[in-house]
Design a protein around this ligand. Structure first.
Ligand SMILES: [Zn+2]
Length: 608
């Protein structure tokens, strides 16, 4: 970093309190925190004592569930406080200690209740149904118990489970090795940055340079980065294959049809949701090809390369927002959600749920974080631009989801699964996009907002589905006994990439190795949820914007549902059936409409 770039951030103490979150509603004093911390610590051994009691009767089962959940509930409050304190200044030793102690507390809590699920699963279905019928309070936990006992057919005999648990560490080696190699051991060469300065390439620097407005800078970063991955491609194929083998092994010994079914069963998602996504995205690839071709025209390049896909094609508009004006804009953009939703958004602003400005040691990025007994806090690192406004409404979407879930559901259903989480945040972003397009006529703003949307759609719906296809391919290949060699992986990846981006982009040979650097391929069928979530949010935003209040209320019902039902069922009630293709078609219609709008705008501007 050059000296001139170093901006002096305020210390935490120097930040105006009105721009900081107020954590006193969680614990007014450190003594209150310590009090709850000790209560959790003292309760942990008592949870161990409940072992062996579940099958003895409905009352005993209820008592065990309630005891365990009440300790977790308190522990979560302790955790939120400690982690928020930690993140407001990660350099503060006191906060580091709080967070470290809380992590240890959670580890001992988890190991003290590790017996619960196996013991519950050992109770046969008829006996458990009988218990649920006997005790109506226990009946309130039926869905909670269902989500555990759904796995019954895939749980092995106690000795076999023990063996698998013991092998767990060893089975994780491939994934760990990838992490160590990718994060620590890989060394990248020195390249040139935008100002012609030598800079040490790293994953973070690459993400910056690939967005450079100078083609030569992007090209050098791209080629140098991939040269390193190419050099290690056999090792990286081996770590990826090892990880895939672990998934396939686990699925096989647990009697799943395949690794994908095993992974999706965790959230009770039918595999048809996955197949429907892949099919619909493939049917709409011509839209991506059009967008890529447009990018080529705007950038005025004779050849568009894979390293030209991330550079901005519209300048940042001269729209600046202070946090205060952004607040007003957010309220206007979210007005379509109705008075109830809006009143809670106002509470988020007025009750200081938001930590706004950057300070020394503060965690970077943005997030929403809260648990059942705390407000859903938001961490931001505010910059006076449109990106920050998008982040604000995104995180507000998560926070409102948390707020509605925890205020409308009992504790056991007060959270929500990852499958539905990003839908609430992306819906808000889509509403903001709509609001901005309707409010600001200036071509530069229109172009920026449209492109923000199109890029988001490209990176989320198209790219993550491309990843999902690759993930499915490698699992199937391994299951069929085909070795996952580097050449095999790269051959397939290059063809897949060509199919996705089409003829307008050069098929740079380096991109064949992209699979080697994607950590998400070690996550086990995770990425498809980004794509389904984004598309669902698009469709939901459309429904809300239709002005039909019953559609808006259906959406609010989704926010209020928490985890009281399976994710697919919750989304059905919101108005989106994710097992059918319709919601995807609607999202692609929206993408196409905005692509048309963007094309027209760019052509008109070009003629001026
Ligand atoms: Zn999010």
């Amino acid at each position: 970093m050059q000296l001139a770039d170093v901006k002096q951030l305020p210390t935490r103490d120097e930040v105006d309190p009105k721009f900081t979150w107020d954590l006193t509603p969680i614990y007014a004093t450190t003594a209150d925190f310590e009090g709850d911390f000790n209560k959790v610590q003292e309760a942990i051994p008592e949870l161990e004592d409940l072992r062996g009691s579940l099958a003895t009767g409905a009352d005993q089962l209820l008592h065990a569930i309630q005891s365990i959940l009440s300790v977790i509930r308190r522990a979560e409050k302790v955790y939120v406080y400690a982690s928020l304190k930690h993140d407001e200044n990660t350099g503060n030793a006191e906060n580091q200690a709080l967070s470290g102690r809380t992590q240890t507390l959670f580890t001992s809590l988890e190991s003290a209740i590790a017996w619960f699920e196996p013991e519950l699963l050992a109770i046969d279905k008829a006996t458990l149904d009988n218990m649920l019928a006997q005790n109506s309070t226990l009946g309130e936990y039926k869905h909670y118990l269902d989500t555990i006992t759904d796995q019954r057919d895939h749980v092995l005999a106690p000795n076999e489970e023990k063996l698998l648990a013991q092998a767990g560490d060893a089975l994780g080696t491939a994934s760990n090795t990838f992490g160590v190699l990718n994060d620590a051991d890989l060394e990248f060469p020195v390249v040139e940055d935008n100002d012609g300065q030598a800079v040490q390439l790293s994953q973070g620097v690459y993400d910056q340079l690939i967005q450079s407005t100078k083609p030569a800078v992007r090209e050098m970063a791209f080629k140098q980065l991939y040269a390193v991955y190419h050099q290690f491609r056999h090792t990286l194929a081996s770590t990826l294959a090892g990880n895939v083998k672990t998934h396939n092994f686990n699925a096989q010994v647990r009697y799943y049809a395949d690794a994908r079914e095993a992974a999706l069963s965790g959230n009770h998602i039918p595999v048809s949701v996955y197949d429907t996504l892949v099919k619909a995205v493939n049917a709409h690839l011509p839209l991506l090809h059009r967008y890529v071709a447009l990018r080529k025209r705007i950038l005025g390049l004779s050849d568009l390369h894979m390293y030209d896909l991330y550079t901005p094609i519209t300048g940042e508009p001269q729209l600046t927002y202070t946090y205060e004006t952004a607040r007003d804009e957010a309220l206007k953009a979210l007005d379509v959600m109705g008075p109830d939703y809006l009143s809670h958004v106002k509470t988020a602003f007025d009750s200081r749920w938001i930590d706004v400005v950057e300070n020394q040691g503060k965690r970077s990025g943005g997030y929403s974080s809260g648990m059942y007994d705390t407000a859903p806090y938001i961490l931001l690192n505010w910059q006076d631009n449109l990106e920050s406004l998008y982040t604000l409404v995104h995180e507000m979407g998560h926070s409102m989801h948390s707020y509605y879930s925890s205020h409308n559901q009992p504790y056991q259903y007060g959270d929500y699964s990852i499958f539905v989480a990003e839908i609430a945040s992306t819906t808000n972003e889509t509403l903001l996009t709509d609001y901005l397009l309707k409010t600001y006529d200036e071509p530069q703003v229109q172009a920026f907002v449209l492109n923000h949307y199109l890029d988001g759609f490209k990176g989320t719906v198209f790219r993550q589905t491309q990843f999902a296809e690759f993930e499915q391919f490698i699992h199937e290949e391994d299951a069929a006994g085909h070795p996952l060699t580097a050449d095999h992986l790269s051959d397939y990846y290059l063809k897949l990439n060509q199919r996705y981006y089409g003829d307008a982009v050069q098929s740079d040979p380096e991109i064949a190795d992209e699979w080697a650097r994607i950590p998400h391929f070690y996550y086990n069928y995770y990425v498809y949820q980004y794509a389904t979530g984004f598309a669902a949010a698009n469709t939901l935003a459309d429904r809300i914007l239709s002005g039909d209040t019953s559609k808006r209320d259906a959406y609010l019902n989704y926010l209020k549902s928490g985890s009281s039902d399976y994710p697919i069922e919750v989304m059905k009630k919101a108005g989106v059936d994710m097992s059918q293709e319709t919601y995807l078609d609607q999202a692609f219609d929206q993408f196409e409409a905005r692509l048309n709008q963007f094309e027209k705008l760019v052509e008109r501007e070009g003629k001026r």
